[in-house]
Design a binder for this molecule. Structure first.
Ligand code: MG
Ligand code: MG
Length: 268
């Protein structure tokens, strides 16, 4: 290794760690793009597959087959024992719903969270989708959640801090009267599904970890029509709103680059 090799930057080191945070090399960024594109394409397929009468298990199978068709692997299956390729969470379920025999019906909203691994790198993203015709309040909630994600992404630029992302999501969401889930947060991502830093959807501007080019993070706001409190069902996975109100979740894996945030899980 020559001296130049010891200068570790986002662009020249395959394994740069700064306090548990990984900065991706150019090659690693390309691998992250590939993983992200597979997740994006899978979510697009899932969105088109949602209709009254389909079960969450059938959606899970669609995702599984699609991910394998790219030579990738489902990133969630087996993660701490999770049995599904996707998390499928309906209505008041926020995240981590287990796919099963539940039949989707007109008026439901379903959140599908999907991860895929290829060449050792992982993409992670989630969407909320209406099942047939849904209420105006459900539509408004989903639109606001997607917009809050976009606000968070805009704040993910070098020189900003983690708190700027959470602040952007929180102020946008609370101004519209929604509860922002606290107990579950976004995260760094790369060779591992969950890396440092944590990326809360609330926070103070200018506080927390400095954002640097080469970081990849998953930003994933969860908004409730009611307040932000949650509880976990007896299956030990499914997280629901404590007050039973509707919840929406959107997530993208993004890269922080010198040119600004780059969405890796495109195409949904
Ligand atoms: Mg996810
Ligand atoms: Mg995630």
């Amino acid at each position: 290794m020559n001296r130049k090799d010891k200068v570790r930057t986002a662009s020249n080191s395959p394994t740069t760690y700064t306090g548990g945070i990984t900065l991706k090399s150019k090659q690693e960024m390309d691998a992250m793009r590939e993983a992200g594109a597979i997740v994006g394409a899978t979510l697009t397929l899932l969105r088109r597959s949602v209709e009254p009468g389909i079960t969450t298990r059938e959606l899970d199978k669609i995702a599984y087959d699609n991910i394998l068709s790219y030579g990738a692997k489902p990133a969630f299956k087996g993660y701490h024992g999770f049995p599904g390729t996707i998390c499928a969470s309906v209505n008041e379920e926020i995240v981590h719903g287990i796919p099963g025999k539940r039949v989707l019906k007109e008026g439901d909203i379903i959140k599908m969270d999907c991860g895929a691994t290829i060449n050792g790198f992982i993409g992670d993203a989630a969407i909320s989708v209406p099942v047939g015709e849904v209420s105006q309040e459900a539509t408004d909630l989903m639109n606001a959640t997607k917009s809050s994600l976009e606000e968070g992404i805009k704040a993910a630029v070098p020189g900003n801090r983690i708190g700027d992302i959470g602040f952007a999501v929180q102020t946008f969401s609370e101004a519209r009267g929604y509860g922002v889930v606290r107990e579950f947060v976004g995260h760094g991502i790369g060779r591992f599904l969950h890396e440092d830093p944590q990326v809360p959807n609330y926070g103070q501007a200018g506080k927390g970890q400095l954002l640097r080019a080469g970081m990849c993070i998953a930003i994933e706001p969860m908004l409730n029509i009611g307040d932000w409190h949650t509880r976990v069902l007896d299956d030990a996975w499914t997280v629901v709103t404590a007050d039973g109100s509707l919840s929406s979740h959107f997530e993208h894996t993004i890269a922080i680059t010198e040119d600004g945030p780059e969405v890796l899980t495109t195409n949904y």
